[in-house]
Design a binder for this molecule. Structure first.
Ligand SMILES: Cc1ncc(COP(=O)(O)O)c(C=O)c1O
Length: 398
């Protein structure tokens, strides 16, 4: 790019940022589907390995297509550095294990995606890093959980699936006063609707499997932070442990970024309309959507996010049986545990993504048996509302 990419607006960065053209001058970014690289001679290989020549060595370390994706993500997030991973969970795992050692302590919000909760609640303690889980919406609990050896805080906001909002600047402040780093999983907000690094977080992670691919094809993840954080905690951890993103998946994600703003904007418009529609239905006990005025943290949501996102949570009256009957009767909206897709997807968190944490932890996190999570896709919203309407008729007739 001839113009400084930082001076461009996000949509332009997402189309052009990070592009490296080969000698053929291709329009679309090339897919470098290669494990490794050859050197003109032994001296060149030596220079590459010593770091004197910054070129590519091996695709577990880095790859031109993956590098383009990382560069485009860093430009979008306004981060100094980015490292791609093979899945969102690989990004979460590296962001924590890369910076912690036995004897350290972690504070994390209770309301986490099931696998994220497994990392902090079960896996880290096995390696000598105990974790205190707190109600993420209660700032006193974050402050009260700090110990002299607390080194990292971890949270998601909005949370999966109940769309709780955590005050990122306030939690970052508590973390920093304790000498700890804050890692934010920003999957639900997407990089377009919330910028955790600007809100004070030290590291942000994504499952790029979600909105960034956005069309249900590839798994991927990314870690974004300052150059110092990446160099100190992430760079070697990823190189030596090997959760590298495949160049093919990186290419899919890179192309996904070009259309991310239009997709997220349309999916969000659909979500806003559907949330309002569901809130008027007698079969629905409660609708949770961050930018609806009845969301318990509406004020905070509008302060730290520029939109409510693409996901809605709602409680069907009557619990599991009615929630199942409703979801099973939908035809356009598909039953799936995924989100952020062009296709609208509905999930019953209590029996799928949050089954593992058990009924007590679910109750504590407000995940009832009647709760459904709806990820709004790119279909015509009138078709989605017709689909939901016929589903509601099925349960009102029972
Ligand atoms: C909030 C959140 N974080 C992390 C992940 C994990 O991502 P992946 O499936 O790409 O490993 C998910 C996936 O559902 C998620 O919803």
């Amino acid at each position: 790019m001839s113009k400084d990419p930082q001076s461009l607006r996000p949509a332009t960065r997402l189309v052009h940022g990070g592009t490296m053209r080969s000698q053929f001058g291709e329009t679309s970014e090339a897919m470098f589907l290669t494990q490794g690289f050859v050197y003109p001679d032994m001296e060149a290989a030596e220079a590459r390995f010593s770091g004197k020549d910054p070129g590519f060595i091996y695709s577990r370390f880095s790859n031109p297509t993956v590098a383009m994706f990382e560069q485009r993500m860093a430009l979008l997030e306004g981060a100094e550095a980015a490292r791609a991973t093979s899945s969102g969970m690989a990004a979460v795992t590296a962001s924590m294990f890369g910076q912690l050692k036995a004897g350290d302590h972690v504070v994390a919000a209770k309301a986490l995606f099931g696998s994220c909760r497994y990392i902090v609640e079960e896996l880290l303690p096995r390696f000598g890093v105990p974790c205190t889980l707190v109600d993420g919406t209660d700032l006193d609990q974050w402050a009260g959980a700090v110990q002299p050896n607390t080194k990292a805080f971890f949270l998601e906001s909005p949370t999966n699936p109940q769309l709780e909002i955590i005050d990122i600047p306030a939690v970052a402040d508590i973390a920093h006063r304790a000498g700890a780093k804050l890692v934010v999983d920003n999957v639900f907000a997407t990089p377009l609707l919330q910028s955790p690094l600007k809100l004070g977080a030290d590291c942000v992670v994504y499952s790029t499997t979600k909105h960034i691919d956005g069309q249900g094809r590839c798994l991927g993840g990314v870690i974004l932070a300052s150059e110092e954080f990446i160099q100190t905690h992430i760079h070697n951890f990823l190189r030596q442990t090997g959760p590298a993103l495949s160049p093919f998946n990186a290419w899919v994600m890179l192309k996904g970024l070009e259309t991310l703003p239009v997709r997220v904007a349309q999916q969000q418009r659909n979500a806003e309309r559907i949330a309002d529609f569901l809130a008027e239905q007698t079969q629905i006990a409660r609708v949770l959507y961050p930018t609806r005025k009845d969301h318990p943290q509406y004020e905070l949501a509008t302060r730290q996010m520029s939109g409510g996102g693409t996901v809605i949570a709602f409680d069907v009256k009557g619990g599991k049986a009615e929630a199942f009957a409703f979801a099973n009767s939908l035809s356009i909206i598909k039953v799936s545990n995924n989100l952020g897709d062009a296709k609208s997807l509905i999930t019953h968190p209590a029996t799928t993504t949050h089954q593992r944490i058990g009924p007590e932890a679910r109750a504590e996190s407000g995940i009832g048996d009647g709760m459904l999570r709806l990820s709004c896709g790119l279909e015509d919203v009138e078709d989605l509302i017709e689909d939901l309407t016929q589903g509601l008729k099925v349960i009102s007739g029972r």
